[in-house]
Ligand binder design. Structure first.
Ligand SMILES: Nc1ncnc2c1ncn2[C@@H]1O[C@H](COP(=O)(O)OP(=O)(O)OP(=O)(O)O)[C@@H](O)[C@H]1O
Ligand SMILES: [Mg+2]
Length: 241
């Protein structure tokens, strides 16, 4: 059986999609056969972050509607053996069948499935969440993001789901100058297990635009996503940041 992990956020633009791609790349480096599922039907971006945007021909919507097989729609990610992308379909309605129509097929061939999931109060997402082993909420350390993440945590916990979190886009220089509170303080009020604390870096933005994955590289982001992948697999990894 696959370990299925959904990544999402209470606020837009906090880095969920790029993290999904890099966490998947890190898992493949740990020799886990890994599938990235873009669940943003009608607004996909994982193909951009994996450098595959010009190669999408079939997508999850085609598989759900019988126009293509899962194998037809899967795209291998260059440079990462065992890492594949299933691009999101174009019609939002098709996402409703993701949990029951597609995930069982995907589970046959992958150790890890990472889902880039838009979290809205939609009923189809309940069945999808029920299939997930882990939910990871990405937040930035700003108070507005922290507060919304905490509200979302409460909603998920009422559904019986205990999310973990990744704190992204921490600004170490502004913290050092005393202009921003320490990211640890800002987020330690959130009662969630932390998978990674990741600084904001120009190199991450540039890699994202180029469709390059940093997992496993010697950069902060590369190391943090690698450690997050190890923690997801249950390893005890000490925190450097
Ligand atoms: N640690 C980081 N440092 C610098 N830039 C980052 C970092 N993480 C993400 N970004 C940049 O932030 C932007 C938004 O990232 P991304 O699209 O992954 O966010 P998202 O949460 O998936 O957004 P959406 O809500 O639109 O789905 C991208 O340009 C990405 O390269
Ligand atoms: Mg996104």
């Amino acid at each position: 059986m696959s370990q299925i992990t959904a990544l999402s956020a209470a606020k837009g633009g906090v880095g969920v999609s790029q993290l999904t791609a890099n966490l998947g790349a890190a898992l493949s480096k740990l020799e886990r056969r890994t599938l990235l599922v873009d669940a943003h039907f009608g607004a996909r971006t994982l193909d951009l972050f994996t450098g595959l945007s010009t190669r999408v021909f079939y997508h999850a919507g085609d598989v759900l509607n019988g126009r293509a097989s899962l194998e037809d729609a899967l795209l291998p990610v260059d440079g990462f053996s065992g890492l594949y992308l299933l691009p999101a379909g174009l019609r939002k309605e098709d996402a409703e069948n993701l949990a029951d129509g597609l995930l069982p097929l995907c589970e046959r061939s992958f150790d890890q499935i990472l889902i880039d999931l838009p979290l809205q109060p939609l009923t189809w997402q309940k069945s999808l969440l029920a299939r997930c082993s882990d939910i990871v909420l990405v937040t930035t350390p700003e108070q507005a993001s922290v507060r919304r993440t905490d509200s979302l945590r409460t909603v998920l916990e009422a559904e019986g789901v205990r999310p973990q979190m990744i704190v992204n886009m921490i600004r170490p220089r502004l913290i050092k100058k005393g202009l921003l509170p320490d990211a640890w303080e800002a987020t330690e009020t959130l009662p969630m297990q932390v998978l990674a604390r990741i600084p904001s870096r120009r190199a991450v933005l540039i890699a994202g635009e180029r469709g390059e994955l940093l997992a496993g590289s010697a950069s902060d982001y590369g190391l943090a996503t690698m450690n997050a992948a190890r923690r997801l697999l249950g390893e005890e990894v000490p925190y450097a940041v």
